[in-house]
Ligand binder design. Structure first.
Ligand SMILES: Nc1ccn([C@@H]2O[C@H](COP(=O)(O)OP(=O)(O)OP(=O)(O)O)[C@@H](O)[C@H]2O)c(=O)n1
Ligand SMILES: C[C@](O)(CO)[C@H](O)COP(=O)(O)O
Length: 229
């Protein structure tokens, strides 16, 4: 399989992270979180190029034509992550044919391991795509509005979804557009594909592929940056 392009949704507001700027531009080990993620993706030998999706009013993004020797295209996202991902898929170069696989990886996940990306490409690339994730290992509780546990949910067969997620360009664009037309906000690409009858392959990845979401996640991500590659 040829090297794949990767769409990087980076148009979020980072509300849960707080701070004076969206989390993807906050400092992680002395540099913007987004730079770590883009450089890690660009360093992967099976990634051909990156489409980074930014907010229309983003004053922080530094436009460059390449990173780590790989082409970098910037495009404008939308109100929901799924809108941004669709915009990124549509902004891929024309040379990325509809049946070519593409990756989608959150800007907010800077600690993704290269070996996990390789395994996803190798395992999910023989079917209709898939995603990195990990089986739930803790007991799962259902909470009421007052944070009291009302039930224990079965965890058998339950996974946490990570990114990258990997699907064929045309099928992904159609699935995302269909969800939007149906008024459904999908929380990941796999959900959009599942709605079309695809059963994405779950590929177990490292639990340190954290999504930086709250202020506390920055310290953990800094710790993990030095221990993952
Ligand atoms: N309209 C949006 C919303 C999110 N994202 C991106 O999707 C990734 C995962 O989303 P999340 O962690 O929820 O980021 P935010 O939406 O920024 O966080 P919050 O919900 O706390 O505002 C992030 O890299 C974020 O920049 C995006 O490109 N476009
Ligand atoms: C796509 C994702 O990273 C899978 O776990 C996650 O859904 C994105 O975070 P969000 O807060 O749902 O946008």
């Amino acid at each position: 399989m040829d090297a794949l392009w990767c769409v990087v949704p980076a148009a979020g507001r980072g509300v849960r992270a707080g701070g004076d700027r969206p989390k993807q531009y906050q400092s992680l080990a002395g540099r913007p979180l987004l730079d770590h993620t883009l450089e890690r993706l660009a360093a992967h030998p099976r990634i051909a190029g990156l489409v980074v999706v930014i907010a229309a009013d983003d004053p922080h993004f530094s436009a460059v034509e390449s990173i780590g020797g790989k082409p970098l295209i910037a495009t404008i996202g939308g109100g929901e992550r799924s809108d941004s991902v669709l915009a990124g898929v549509l902004a891929l170069p024309a040379a990325v044919a509809p049946d070519h696989f593409v990756l989608v990886h959150d800007a907010a996940r800077p600690c993704v391991r290269a070996d996990d990306i390789t395994r996803l490409i190798d395992l999910a690339g023989v079917g209709e795509g898939g995603l990195l994730g990990a089986p739930l290992r803790d007991t799962l509780k259902r909470a009421d509005a007052d944070c009291h546990s009302t039930a224990t949910e079965p965890r058998e067969g339950r996974w946490r979804a990570f990114t990258p997620q990997m699907f064929r360009r045309g099928a992904l664009a159609r699935a995302l557009a269909l969800a939007a037309a149906d008024g459904i906000v999908v929380s990941d690409e796999a959900m959009a594909m599942e709605r079309t009858g695809v059963m994405p392959l779950l590929v177990e990845g490292s639990e340190d592929n954290i999504k930086v979401t709250t202020p506390a996640d920055f310290a953990l991500a800094e710790f993990l940056l030095g221990r993952t590659r």
